[in-house]
Design a protein around this ligand. Structure first.
Ligand SMILES: Cc1cc2nc3c(=O)[nH]c(=O)nc-3n(C[C@H](O)[C@H](O)[C@H](O)COP(=O)(O)OP(=O)(O)OC[C@H]3O[C@@H](n4cnc5c(N)ncnc54)[C@H](O)[C@@H]3O)c2cc1C
Length: 389
């Protein structure tokens, strides 16, 4: 069993990293063991449960019984959660972060010491190697500060995900250990001023150099979370590929290191415009196949967005806590606000929303934790539910 409290006792990054690697060796083994122990079916499954819902088919066997976790894993989650909750309640000053539009260095270091930059990176690359379910539970807490939530999610749910799911062994060995420890921070660069939902319409271009050793990237990316502090970026750009003798324009994914980038703009959670002006990127830094980048982007987004459900449930529950405190203490007409029926109805609605969102988030995480290819299709529905709440 991993003793996460040891992370908190150690405030030195170096010592903390040693603890992370020692403890995580057990954590990864535990996670694998616990995953196997769950009562899950292993026969081939339909991987688009959510799509079937839209077609009027409810594949009950996919979702019932609701994914359960064993007592041992609950205990492990509780051990992980306690120091993270303590850190967020005692050491995170959200008002200061919002006021200064910057997460203080000491707060970032505390997050790194807790191992929160490499929650799902396998232990062999220096991460905690934990399951989607544990990630979702931790996301409920890290969402208590919006800037930290976006920073951590942009780093590991999308920023480093391409290397993790589609990178080759050399890329994983080279980049993941420093990303898992938080020494390096990652960003995901897909959106452009003219390309949002229609991601296939990006215009950033990567041109192969004459000697064939590197690509030159030109273009501009927009709304890039962690853009101003990322050391490693997953960047999507159009490339020329030849398919059956015919030249085609297809998207490729690249690992771009920080230097040589033009970066503009700043918001509280560091969303930036990142410009590329003849930025050279070695051919070894293509993630997956040249021309296969759109699929990489969609796979990253599919698996990356699931934690937004539990993050939002965490935020809603915190808001219920804050508003109920106000409703219990604020008096009007000689009564506390909470005694009025219409206010009670609002609390009932908020609680229903939190319950539904939490249930959908952990159902998604549980489905993704099953052996075999993860079914992320439900994550999209969770995202729509968040937007409607
Ligand atoms: C907080 C934040 C952080 C972000 N971080 C990153 C990041 O790290 N990296 C990155 O690459 N991007 C990032 N983005 C950008 C994000 O991915 C885009 O905002 C998203 O792709 C949507 O694009 P858009 O904002 O241009 O909206 P648009 O595509 O212009 O859409 C506007 C509205 O129209 C709707 N719409 C669009 N097409 C259709 C359709 N066919 N049918 C019905 N409705 C439609 C959309 O749902 C939306 O409501 C971030 C955005 C935000 C807000």
């Amino acid at each position: 069993m991993m003793n996460v409290n040891r992370y908190v006792l150690s405030r030195s990054l170096h010592f903390g990293q040693r603890l992370v690697s020692r403890s995580t060796r057990r954590a990864a083994t535990d996670a694998e063991r616990l995953q196997q122990r769950r009562s899950i079916r292993t026969q081939s499954r339909n991987l688009a449960y959510a799509k079937d819902l839209f077609l009027g088919q409810v594949n009950k066997a996919e979702v019932f019984p609701y994914p359960e976790i064993g007592n041992e894993e609950v205990e492990e989650i509780n051990q992980l959660v306690a120091p993270v909750e303590k850190f967020f309640s005692e050491e995170v000053d959200s008002a200061k972060i919002d006021r200064e539009a910057k997460i203080p260095e000491e707060t970032l270091n505390g997050l790194k010491e807790l191992g929160l930059f490499g929650i799902m990176v396998p232990e062999e690359y220096g991460g905690l190697g934990l399951s989607n379910t544990v990630y979702a539970r931790l996301a409920e807490i890290t969402s208590l500060d919006g800037s930290i939530a976006v920073t951590l999610a942009a780093h590991q749910a999308i920023g480093l995900k391409g290397i993790l799911i589609a990178g080759n062994e050399a890329q994983k060995q080279k980049y993941l250990p420093k990303l898992a420890s938080g020494e390096h921070i990652a960003a995901f660069c897909l959106t452009e001023p003219g390309s949002g939902s229609d991601a296939a319409s990006i215009t950033t271009r990567a041109t192969l150099s004459e000697d064939g050793k590197h690509y030159l990237i030109n273009g501009s990316k927009f709304w890039i979370s962690n853009g101003d502090m990322a050391d490693v970026m997953t960047v999507f750009a159009r490339t020329e590929v030849v398919v059956d003798g015919v030249k085609k324009d297809k998207i490729s994914a690249f690992i771009v290191e920080r230097d040589k980038l033009g970066i503009r703009g700043r918001l509280a959670f560091s969303a930036c415009e990142v410009s590329f002006d003849n930025v050279p990127v070695p051919v070894e830094n293509v993630i997956g196949e040249v021309g296969g980048g759109f699929k990489v982007a969609m796979n990253i987004l599919n698996s990356g967005r699931f934690s937004m459900g539990s993050s939002s449930a965490g935020m809603i529950k915190k808001l219920i806590e804050l508003t109920s405190e106000y409703a219990a203490t604020r008096k009007q007409f000689n009564k506390s606000l909470g005694e009025f029926g219409m206010i009670q109805e609002k609390f009932a609605l908020m609680s229903i929303n939190a319950f539904v969102m939490e249930s959908m988030a952990y159902l998604t995480a549980g489905m993704m934790d099953r052996p075999g290819l993860p079914d992320c299709s439900f994550a999209g529905i969770v995202l729509v539910a968040i937007q409607k709440t």
